[in-house]
Design a protein around this ligand. Structure first.
Ligand code: GLY
Length: 559
């Protein structure tokens, strides 16, 4: 097993000395399992499972609880994707991605010289997309849940009303985002206590958010999109020069989409379709890698082949992808085995790190986010990734309603060829248009084996998400690591442009890095990549194994 950093190695050794095997064993449970980035949100999900809720009930409870306890990315002012697989039913993906406001225009972030205005799509009310989370979670609950919105929102309402002890990681996170949060009255008041910063152990109560959540629990999503909360959002837009209108909010709907299905070495991969780019890119990479002998996980041979697959999938992402309700994306071509065969041939005959351009798939047919995974006693599974985009989103809080708004407009192409905040270059296909949804990298995935849930996983990390999901999946399926080993193992990332391999420091041998350098790859060291929260179901016994990524402060818990 390889570990991500020296201090974590040190910590794990210390833990091993005091509590044998604690840190290296996934959490095991017979019936249900929840893994999220925050222990209190995980507990909310387990409470709902134990109360007779199914995986969707628990997931909706976690989604609302994270909006209270993990304001860095948990939200009701953002959006995301929920992959649902109920035993015996067709899988579905609920797309609750944010939408561009009706008055949004293609060049809204360019100055009169055609240059991108720094931060305009990242900070403040103009960067906000119409939020989708409340519609998405309510749609999931209505379509699949058993307990109803009011019951599954109870834990979140309790956490907002009574408060909860601030963790070390939350206190640090708020402190390090002071510059952003102090720009806006509501954010300064709620998250920074007007400068009297929360210390670990202090109780954080959110009465305004509690009121908002109670209205949603009582009246459903209309309370958010039509009622008093909508009025507060529009007033916040007026105060900070945003453009979301009452009509934009009233017309917002979550969309139930069919997941993409890929096949890899006997497993079926349920992956998100556009407006996520994650499913297409993941399946393209898996198709390229499927017949190849990959070699040991941290070897030059395996890294070289995986990086070449990454470079090609990300080049195609940049060239072709956008919201399929507005533009044509060659999804079938990009995910076809024939196309992968061509790309693989090219990889095997090219020099490592040879320049890569987007390929020619078959013609067109018509730092931040959070992920949680749930499996229930019946084998139903939910894989959910949602986001405010940046940590704490646009920084703007709807003051009277107590929640932060996203800056998802930055995921559109502000200007073709100019990178967004994740350094991703994108095309006309992802240009801004009224009511269009910005291209995403969020990749909530469910892996099936013999038609049963085997693995549930996803991650935050902007443009790096797809590659994190790819590597954890390969670690389980190809290298037979247990789910915690698979999540802990060091990761690398190549997104075609910038054309370099970013790798977690301390994770890879000097020998492998040296071979990559000599082969011509540019290397770039980073502290960590992603935060994968995953569940594996043992096909032989049915036991559920949960792994909260030690790169974050999350928790796996089951019963
Ligand atoms: N906001 C990051 C993503 O959706 O890819």
């Amino acid at each position: 097993m390889r570990l991500p950093s020296f201090h974590k190695l040190f910590l794990l050794i210390a833990l091993l000395l005091s509590v044998p095997a604690l840190a290296l064993t996934p959490v095991a449970a017979r019936h249900g399992m929840v893994v999220s980035s925050d222990p209190l949100a995980t507990q909310a999900g387990v409470e709902i499972l134990k109360a007779g809720g199914n995986a969707v009930d628990a997931a909706v409870a976690v989604g609302f609880a994270l909006a209270v306890t993990y304001p860095f990315a948990g939200n009701i002012g953002g959006g995301g994707f929920m992959m649902v697989r109920m035993t015996g039913e067709q899988p579905a993906m609920i797309d609750y991605r944010e939408e561009a406001p009706g008055h949004a225009t293609r060049d809204m972030y360019l100055d009169k010289h055609g240059h991108v205005i720094p931060n305009a799509s990242i900070v403040g009310a103009l960067s906000v997309g119409v939020p989708g989370t409340v519609a998405g979670l309510a749609t999931a609950e209505q379509k699949y849940g058993q307990l109803g919105l009011a019951r599954v929102m109870e834990p979140a309402i309790r956490l907002a009303t009574d408060g909860f002890p601030v963790s070390y990681s939350l206190s640090q996170s708020l402190k390090s985002h002071q510059a952003l949060l102090s720009k806006f009255t509501g954010s300064r008041r709620i998250y920074l206590r007007n400068g009297d910063l929360y210390q670990p152990g202090e109780i954080f109560k959110q009465p305004d958010l509690s009121r908002t959540l109670k209205q949603i629990a009582l009246h459903g999503p209309n309370a958010f999109y039509l009622g008093p909360v909508a009025n507060y959002i529009v007033a916040t837009m007026k105060e900070y020069n945003g453009i979301i209108t009452a009509e934009d909010l009233a017309r917002y709907r979550a969309i139930v989409r069919q997941p993409l299905v890929g096949h890899f070495r006997g497993y079926d991969i349920l992956a998100p379709p556009p407006p996520s780019s994650g499913g297409v890119a993941l399946i393209e990479m898996l198709n390229i890698l499927d017949p190849l002998e990959l070699g040991p996980p941290d070897s030059y041979e395996s890294m070289h082949l995986i990086v070449e697959a990454m470079r090609r999938a990300y080049a195609d992402r940049a060239a072709y992808m956008g919201d399929t309700d507005f533009v044509s994306v060659p999804v079938a071509g990009l995910t076809s085995v024939k196309y992968a065969d061509e790309l693989r041939k090219e990889i095997l005959k090219s020099k490592p790190d040879a320049p890569v351009k987007a390929g020619n798939p078959a013609p067109f047919e018509g730092p931040n986010t959070t992920h949680f995974s749930v499996v229930d006693a019946q084998g139903n599974a939910v894989s959910n990734t949602y986001t405010l985009n940046n940590g704490y989103g646009s920084g703007v809080t709807v003051d009277a309603a107590g929640f932060l708004l996203n800056d998802e407009m930055d995921d559109f192409t502000s200007k073709p060829g100019t990178p967004n905040m994740f350094g991703l270059i994108q095309s006309e296909a992802n240009a801004i248009g009224p009511h269009k949804r910005p291209l995403s990298s969020m990749t909530p995935v469910i892996v099936l084996q013999n038609n049963k849930v085997r693995l549930v996983l996803g991650s935050p990390g902007g443009g790096t998400i797809i590659n994190t999901v790819l590597q954890v999946l390969l670690n389980v399926v190809v290298y037979h690591m247990d789910v915690l080993q698979a999540v802990i193992a060091p990761r690398f990332h190549d997104q075609w442009m910038p054309d370099q391999i970013t790798y977690e420091k301390w994770g890879f041998s000097a020998d492998t890095l040296d071979k990559l350098k000599k082969a011509g790859y540019k290397l770039n060291e980073t502290d960590s990549l992603g935060e994968c929260e995953a569940i594996e179901v043992d096909p032989a016994t049915g036991w559920r194994f949960g792994a909260a990524d030690p790169r974050g402060a999350g928790k796996a818990e089951g019963y």
